[in-house]
Design a protein around this ligand. Structure first.
Ligand SMILES: Cc1cc2nc3c(=O)[nH]c(=O)nc-3n(C[C@H](O)[C@H](O)[C@H](O)COP(=O)(O)OP(=O)(O)OC[C@H]3O[C@@H](n4cnc5c(N)ncnc54)[C@H](O)[C@@H]3O)c2cc1C
Ligand code: FES
Ligand code: FES
Length: 480
């Protein structure tokens, strides 16, 4: 069975279709209809709810999209919905600030905004506009306008009071810890489907070998769309999020080893400390709700040609540790992708962890994402560059692009055109021309083929300009 807290009430569920999303569970099963459905694809934030998890002996709050979260992923967590916020007869300070600032008109988006703001208030001692905007980047409002909502986000701190969640935090933490320490199997079955969350690496590996048709579901920010948008039914779901090794980031001295099921919100500070240029990429990857759920294993595992992490990891020279039963092999990220949505993964094999070498002294690393919208949008083109210049000449270079081919891919011809040449304007033009030998991009609703070719070359030029002495790195908003 799965066990979680719905606010303070423990829920034990054994018999339920595991394809059920948290949103459907709330609205259709419990008739808790405060949480709204807008898009059912993680884009609008109307369904935002908050999870509290026990980590490092503390409760960690995060906003997530209920519409793309399978019910099984709630195991061991506290689920808080908009119905839980009112403090007795009084509105929660977040709700009161929304009223005072006139932050709601039709009200459809309001529960989602309120829950994102509640999570923000629980994770920030004081508000700052920049991080508040980031926290609200995954919530859309089509009628109020954002100014009053952001005002409410700043004003909600004026009521300097605790709330019932602070008062019950110790009790909740203890309950979540006791659920975690229970060794009963975590499973769910219903409607001829099953969900299983093994607690050890060996168990996960054997479960996948014995059930080769099973689908791994980590954050579900990608897979759930097959159910909510594709209307597919997935018979067997295997959740890797309870396996300690897959939940850990390990610093080996020369590399960061990121467990496949670690979320962006959990690994980004360590990765960005090593590669500060990654910060903007990750900040723009989906919304905060998506980053609170999505994992690196899922981003590589889905093999999307426009996934944002692959070009960066290829340029850095990252490796994947793949496991099938007891057998483990290491494959470079650049060799993982075979053709459109096809990878080297064998049946029963999965990504255990991602080995990201630490930044090497004297090397330049840059990654640029170009999309139609700044926040919460998929790349039209994403280019990543690692460069070593010695005595004015290119001594080493690795360039990878997403959105330029059916897989994320190195630009070998472009690299060859640069190697050994002066790092000068005169060598950039032939290198840009060589990109035509590396890629034949397609036209789609994100960008035309011509645009993609042009912008890929322009990103190389941007790299050159940004590496010139005295050049400032400007935070330019690049739109497709
Ligand atoms: C609104 C929205 C915005 C998004 N924006 C972006 C964006 O800007 N950039 C971007 O790159 N992506 C984006 N995504 C896609 C997605 O969020 C990311 O790719 C995310 O990293 C997927 O991780 P996950 O844990 O949610 O994967 P899941 O959905 O759980 O899994 C995705 C796939 O990977 C497989 N898988 C999961 N774990 C493993 C593993 N350990 N080994 C092998 N296979 C595995 C699953 O079986 C599934 O096929 C967006 C998605 C949404 C809904
Ligand atoms: S309903 Fe739109 S993000 Fe969930
Ligand atoms: S108040 Fe109507 S969509 Fe935001």
């Amino acid at each position: 069975m799965i066990r979680f807290l719905l606010n303070s009430v423990e829920q034990l569920i054994e018999d339920l279709d595991p394809n059920t999303t948290v949103l459907d569970y709330l609205r259709l099963h419990l008739r808790r209809t405060g949480t709204k459905e807008g898009c059912a694809s993680g884009d609008c934030g109307a369904c935002t709810v908050v999870l509290a998890e026990a980590r490092e002996d503390q409760l960690r709050y995060s906003a997530i999209n209920a519409c793309i979260t399978p019910i099984g992923n709630l195991h061991g967590k506290q689920l808080i919905t908009v119905e839980d916020l009112k403090q007795g007869a009084v509105l929660h300070p977040v709700q009161q600030a929304m009223v005072d600032c006139h932050g709601s008109q039709c009200g459809f988006c309001t529960p989602g905004f309120v829950m994102s703001m509640f999570a923000y208030r629980k994770t920030h001692a004081a508000p700052d506009r920049e991080s508040l905007l980031e926290a609200l980047g995954g919530n859309l409002c089509r009628c109020t306008g954002y100014r009053p909502i952001v005002d409410a986000g700043m004003q909600m701190y004026e009521a300097d009071t605790g709330d019932s969640f602070d008062a019950s935090a110790d009790a909740v933490l203890n309950t979540l810890k006791s659920i975690d320490s229970n060794t009963d199997e975590v499973f769910l079955s219903g409607n001829h489907k099953s969900y299983f969350a093994p607690r050890s690496l060996a168990h996960l590996a054997s479960a996948l070998l014995e059930n080769p048709e099973a689908r791994l579901v980590a954050g579900a920010t990608d897979l759930a769309l097959e159910m909510t948008q594709g209307l597919e039914e997935i018979d067997t779901l295997l959740y890797p999020g309870l396996v300690p090794e897959l939940q850990t980031v390990r610093d080996t001295g020369t590399a960061l080893e990121i467990g496949a099921a670690v979320t962006y919100s959990q690994f980004s500070s360590q990765l960005c400390a090593e590669y500060p240029e990654m910060a903007e990429l990750i900040e723009r990857l989906g919304s905060l709700q998506i980053r609170n759920q999505g994992t690196l294993g899922g981003n590589i595992g889905n093999a999307s040609p426009i996934g944002d992490m692959a070009p960066a990891l290829i340029a850095i020279g990252a490796d994947l540790v793949l496991r099938r039963g007891d057998a483990v092999r290491v494959v470079a990220v650049e060799d993982y992708f075979v053709s459109y949505l096809v990878t080297v993964l064998q049946v029963g094999e999965f990504i255990e962890r991602i080995i990201v070498p630490k930044a090497r002294a004297g090397e330049i690393f840059k990654v640029y994402k170009v999309s139609k919208r700044w926040e919460d949008d998929i790349s039209a083109v994403c280019g990543a560059f690692r460069l070593r210049v010695v005595d004015g000449k290119v001594a080493g270079v690795a360039i990878a692009f997403g959105g330029m081919a059916e897989i994320p891919k190195r630009a070998h011809h472009c690299e060859q055109a640069m190697l050994g040449q002066a790092w000068a304007e005169s060598s950039i033009t032939p290198a840009m021309a060589a990109l035509a030998q590396d890629f034949t991009p397609i036209s789609d609703f994100r960008a035309s083929a011509d645009y993609r070719m042009q912008v890929a070359g322009n990103l190389l030029q941007r790299l050159f300009l940004e590496t010139q002495p005295g050049a400032a790195t400007v935070r330019v908003r690049l739109y497709a």
